[in-house]
Ligand binder design. Sequence first.
Ligand code: NAD
Length: 486
Amino acid sequence: MTEFVQVKNFINGKFTDCVGLLDSFNPATGEVWAKIPDSGQYEVDAAVNAAAQAFPGWSQTPQAKRSAILQKVADILESRLDEFAVAESRDQGKPVSLAKRMDIPRAVHNMRFFATSCLNHQEKANYMDIPGALNYTTRLPVGVAGLISPWNLPMYLLTFKLGPALASGNTVVCKPSEMTSVTAWMFCEVLSEAGVPPGVVNMVFGTGPKAGDALVRHPSVPLISFTGGTATAGVIRAATATQCKKLSLELGGKNAGIIFEDADLEKCIPTTIRSSFVNQGEVCLCTSRVFVQRSIYDRFLEKFIAEARAIKVGDPSAPDTWMGALVSKEHAAKVTGYIQRAAEGGATVQCGHGIDTGIDGSNAINPKGYFVRPTIITDVKDDDAIMQEEVFGPVVCVVPFDNEEEVVRRANGVQYGLCAAVWTSDASRLHRVARKLEAGTVWANCWLVRDLHMPFGGCKSSGVGREGAVDSIEFYTEVKTVCVQI
Ligand code: NAD
C-alpha cells in the first residue's frame, strides 16, 4: 500500500484532523503523494477563534521577545533546509537544487529579516503640541491576519507574509495553496519548537472557494494579504466589499524585457533565459514578452534559442536538472493550449513544446509528469492572447522594435504592471525608460535582484499595495491618533 504524507490542520498549537481529504500530486510523477485537509467554515472558525484568543498575549509580548522567537524559527528552518527543499520540490515540481538555493534560503531570510528589521523600525510619529491639547500617533497590530498564498513559491511567499505579520504583533490564519501544502504543514513543527505560542499561527488547508472564501469573509479577520491570480483577487474584493478589510493584493504579470542595441548581450542573454524559465516560468516576475531592437534581433534570437535548448529539463531530484515539472496536469494543459493556439494563429514556435522532443514536446524522465520544455515564440502580434494574457509557464515571446517611444508604448500595452527589465548601456535612457514603464519594479541590466527594504507590488491589474520592510509594517499595523486635553 502506498504511504501518503498526511497533512493536518494546525489550530491552537495542535495538529487536528479534518473529515474530508484532498489528493495532492507529485508533478514529476503524476502520482498522489500527500493527502491534505479539505477544510471549510468549521475549521476556519476554529482557527480564527484560536488566533483571536492568542492576540492579546502576542500583541503585548515585548518586541524583543517576539523577535527572538522569530529568529529561532529562522535558525531551525535553516538547520532543516535539505529536508524542506526535497518536500518543496516534490510538492511543486521545481528542481531540488533550486529549492535549496532559492526557496528555502529565502524563507529563512524572510523570517530573519522581518524579525530584526522591526527592532530597528523607528516610527515617525506625528506630534502636535498646541495650547490645550497634545496630539500624537502610534501604530498597533491589526488583529487576526488572513494570509493566502499561491503554489509557485510556497515557503518563499508564505514567510514573506508571516514574518512581518508576526513581527508587528498580529496573530494569523494561513491558507496555503491546496496544490502545495506540505512544507507549510512541516513548518508548523518548526514554529512550535521555536516557542511560537499556541494560537499565534494557525494553518488551515483546503481549496480557495471553500477554506479561502470562509477566511476572507470571516468578520473577525480585519486584514487579508493575498498573493495569487488577478481573477481570484476580484472574487476576494467582491466578497469583502461590505466589510472594509485591509487588503494587500499581489497578483499576476505579463512582464516585458526590453533589450536595446547597446545592451551587453553576454550578460543579458543568460539573465533573460533565467528570467523567462526559472522555476518552469512559474514566477510572477518572469519575463514573458521580450522586445529586442531590430538591429540585434537576429543575433539575439539565435543565441537565445540555443541557450533555451541547452536547458536540462527532467527529474527534479537530479542535481543537474535546471527545470522540473509544471505544478499540475491542468496547468500544463493550460500552458500548452496557449502555445498550440498561438501556432494555429500563425506564430512560429522556435523551440520547446512540440518541437524539440516527442510529439508532446516533453523529454520527461517520467512520461506521467507534467513537463513542458522551454518554449520561444516569434511572429506574434501585440494583441494576440499569448502577448496579453498571463501564461505562467516556460513560454516567452520575442518581438522586434525600432525605437524607444514605440517600445515603451508597446510594453505598457497590457492590463498588468508588475515588473520589467531594461537592458542598455545608456544611463540616461535607462532612467528615462524606467520612469515611463507602468510597473511596480523596473530592473535595469539585471533581474530579480531583491532587497527586502524596497517596496514590492504591482500597478494596474498586478495588484494593490506594497510590501517590504516599512511597507509591510505599515500594512500589518493601524495608525492611531491620540489627542490628550491638557
Ligand atoms: P490562485 O489565485 O488560483 O490561488 C492563490 C490562493 O488563493 C490559493 O491559496 C487559493 O486556494 C486561494 N483562493 C482561490 N480562490 C479563492 C477564493 N475565492 N477566496 C479565497 N482564496 C482563494 O493563484 P495560483 O494559481 O495559486 O497562483 C498563480 C498566480 O499567482 C499567478 O497569477 C501569479 O502571477 C500570481 N503570483 C503573484 C505574485 C506577486 O507577488 N505578485 C507572486 C506569486 C504568484
